[in-house]
Design a protein around this ligand. Structure first.
Ligand SMILES: Nc1nc2c(ncn2[C@@H]2O[C@H](COP(=O)(O)OP(=O)(O)O)[C@@H](O)[C@H]2O)c(=O)[nH]1
Ligand SMILES: [Mg+2]
Length: 347
């Protein structure tokens, strides 16, 4: 069609900076005082942090921890300590474990924890009775099966044509493996478990009941455990191969060198110097579980919750789940590879 404006006009080009009329970002920004006040050419990429924060606050997120180890090593106590709430209370649903079950029975319990407006659905998966039998051969199998079942659930949701906008995440993001504070070598069972499971889940080994060891014994035992894990080719979280850059590496190296954390758990509070602290009362005084001079519980908590929670979720999704998914989709007779034009997910 013939237009009235035959002469090519000078049109404003996209790349040209258009002052003043810059649209306001939809998300309120933090005051930029102190930063460069010249906002010419400002795109607003930095508001993604605010956008993500809002979204996370609205939807919340899932975080799933599994605790594994022999009965009586303080798993339930430590979980309670970790979240300072009775996350896996011994009452009601948990009381059955005190009867020492004959098989490895896996139980999950969820709590929604809210802090600063952010909701986290925390699920703790306990594995009572692990390694308590006379013959512990293959006793990691039910645990591996459980972990894989969660991947399978997620995969099925993912390949569904009408998939949920947000797939409920029951995958195990981290597995705290409790090592008995013997001061000797790791038991064959410990090695077998970690050897098998480190390929499917993030393993974080911890030395249980560290208050039963002297300082020298603790240092020596930690070294020995690290050496034995290395000799057996067991990679625990954070795995060296997944360090993202030099900074990540040096940070994680420090953590790896201080692992496995030697922890003490307690859900009882005591008054110490006018403050209420979580601790264990002994004839020699109170062991304060959050005091770094007493044990490394605070290191573990900061590591899992404050610095590496998101990374634990990412490694689970990008590495462990991805490995499962690729294998599963390639397996003959299994789920067929999902192609663009497939109309049914065949599950
Ligand atoms: N000395 C010591 N005892 C602990 C510690 N954590 C838990 N306990 C005690 O060990 C016993 C078993 O704890 P529990 O959490 O039920 O162990 P679980 O079977 O592994 O879940 C309880 O009497 C706890 O009070 C710890 O760090 N040090
Ligand atoms: Mg327990």
């Amino acid at each position: 069609m013939y237009k009235g404006f035959a002469e090519p006009r000078e049109e404003p080009v996209m790349s040209e900076q258009v002052p003043e009329t810059r649209p306001k970002p939809a998300v309120a920004m933090k005051p930029t005082a102190g930063l460069n006040p010249n906002l010419l050419g400002y795109i607003g990429i930095d508001t993604i942090i605010e956008q993500m924060r809002k979204k996370t606050m609205r939807t919340g997120f899932d975080f799933n921890i599994m605790v594994v180890g022999q009965s009586g090593l303080g798993k339930s106590t430590l979980v309670n300590t970790l979240f300072k709430s009775q996350v896996s209370r011994k009452s009601s649903g948990w009381s059955r474990e005190e009867k020492i079950p004959k098989t490895v029975e896996i139980k999950a319990i969820s709590h929604v924890i809210e802090e600063g407006g952010v909701k986290m659905k925390l699920t703790v998966i306990d594995t009572p009775g692990f390694g308590d039998q006379i013959n512990n051969e293959n006793c990691w199998e039910p645990i591996e099966k459980f972990i894989n079942e969660q991947y399978e659930k997620f995969l099925k949701e993912e390949v569904n044509i009408a998939r949920k906008k947000r797939i409920p995440d029951t995958r195990v993001h981290c597995c705290l493996y409790f090592i008995s504070p013997t001061g000797h070598s790791l038991r064959p069972l410990d090695l077998e478990f970690m050897k098998h499971l480190s390929k499917v889940v993030n393993i974080i080994p911890v030395i249980a009941k560290a208050d039963t060891m002297t300082l020298e014994e603790k240092t020596e035992f930690k070294q020995r455990v690290r050496k034995e894990l290395e000799m057996n080719g067991i990679e625990f979280y954070p795995q060296k191969e997944f360090d993202e850059d030099q900074e990540d590496k040096s940070e994680n190296d420090k953590i790896r060198d201080s692992m496995p954390f030697a922890v003490v758990g307690s859900d009882k509070e005591f008054q110490v110097n006018g403050k209420r602290v979580l601790g264990r009362r002994t004839p020699w005084g109170i062991i304060e579980v959050e005091n770094l001079a007493h044990c490394e519980f605070a290191l573990l908590r900061d590591f899992v919750i404050r610095t590496h929670l998101q990374d634990l979720k990412e490694v689970t999704h990008n590495i462990h789940y991805e490995t499962y998914r690729a294998k599963r989709l390639n397996d003959n007779g299994g789920l067929p590879p999902v192609s663009e034009d497939s109309h049914e997910s065949n599950i």
